[in-house]
Ligand binder design. Structure first.
Ligand code: NAP
Length: 275
């Protein structure tokens, strides 16, 4: 089986490439600004380049992780870029697994299932919700995987680890929201689950692949510090509800459908970090 990973230089993409290669997949990967050995450069805003790459690689499965969280090119990269990938997949018969986010929800209720309609309240969530609609329209068999905060790569720290450790060591002035609830997941578990669902063309539409625990960001930061032997006492709690702009407060995801469908277990983050 041949796998193409967009965003192979990213936190999830790099773990996915590592696991897929170890698991015997033939792997192709892309980067944008951080060259990675064996990967090819790709800008998803260049639809012709996306088409040419998929035509050349002829992947069985494409996992589309590439995106940006913010900035002037948010919409072009995160929404239109995803659509370009989906069009190329449809044209060349590749199975598409598209990475989406818990932040497509409004955060008023939490425990969101695949049956809940996206209702984004921040610009990033709007771009990811638009991407979901665009990829599904362009490539109807797409599996849209919604996930949450990513930690625990085998390849090094991501922002969810680096920031609490820096803050606890006095190297970063940052508060951690104690009123924002998420379902963080080990990126190792997520990558394994993505490789399991990749070939499953019977699965289409939204699927939630997030950790089993709901936890606030301050508690998560404390657990990260404890895990790495750093005193969490200096960590400052903050409140998202105090911000002038609206921020979704409870975007916890219900991943029980995935738990019933998959053999890969998506551990709760307490189990991941306290183990
Ligand atoms: N991180 C989280 O906590 C989180 C939470 C929920 C959902 N997700 C979803 O999970 C996915 C992966 O997240 P991540 O944290 O692994 O992301 P990441 O580490 O920020 O990596 C993003 C990737 O996208 C690539 N990229 C950026 N602009 C591009 C462009 N114009 N054309 C092609 N590639 C481009 C980057 O390439 P270069 O670095 O080489 O420029 C990088 O490989 C995303 O779709 C995100 O929405 C993440």
């Amino acid at each position: 089986m041949k796998l193409l990973v967009t965003g192979g230089s990213g936190f999830l993409g790099s773990e996915l490439v590592r696991q897929a290669s170890d698991g015997g997949w033939e792997v192709a990967a892309t980067y944008r600004s951080r060259p990675v050995e064996g990967a090819v450069p790709l800008d998803v805003t260049d639809a012709d380049a996306v088409e040419a790459l998929v035509a050349r690689v002829r992947p069985d499965v494409v996992v589309h992780t590439a995106y940006v969280l913010s900035g002037p090119a948010l919409w072009q990269i995160t929404a239109d870029g995803a659509a370009a990938v989906a069009r190329a997949c449809e044209r060349h018969g590749a199975r598409l697994v598209h990475l989406s986010s818990d932040l497509v929800f409004d955060g008023r209720r939490g425990g969101y299932t695949e049956a809940d309609p996206p209702r984004p309240v921040i610009v990033y969530g709007e771009a990811k919700a638009a991407a979901e609609r665009l990829v599904t329209a362009a490539c109807p068999g797409t599996l849209v995987v919604r996930t949450s905060l990513l930690l625990d790569s085998s390849l090094g720290f991501g922002p969810q680890e680096a920031r609490p450790l820096a803050a606890a060591r006095g190297k970063l002035d940052m508060g951690f929201f104690s009123d924002e609830l998420r379902s963080p997941v080990s990126v190792r578990d997520l990558a394994a689950a993505l490789l399991e669902v990749g070939p499953r063309r019977d699965l289409a539409g939204p699927l939630h692949l997030a950790g089993a625990d709901t936890i606030d960001r301050h508690e998560l930061a404390r657990l990260v510090c404890l895990r790495h032997g750093v005193d969490p006492a200096p960590l400052r709690a903050a409140f998202a509800a105090d911000l002038p702009e609206l921020r979704p407060l409870d975007c916890s995801l219900d991943s029980s459908r995935a738990a019933a469908l998959l053999s890969t277990r998506l551990r709760g983050i307490r189990e991941v970090l306290v183990a």
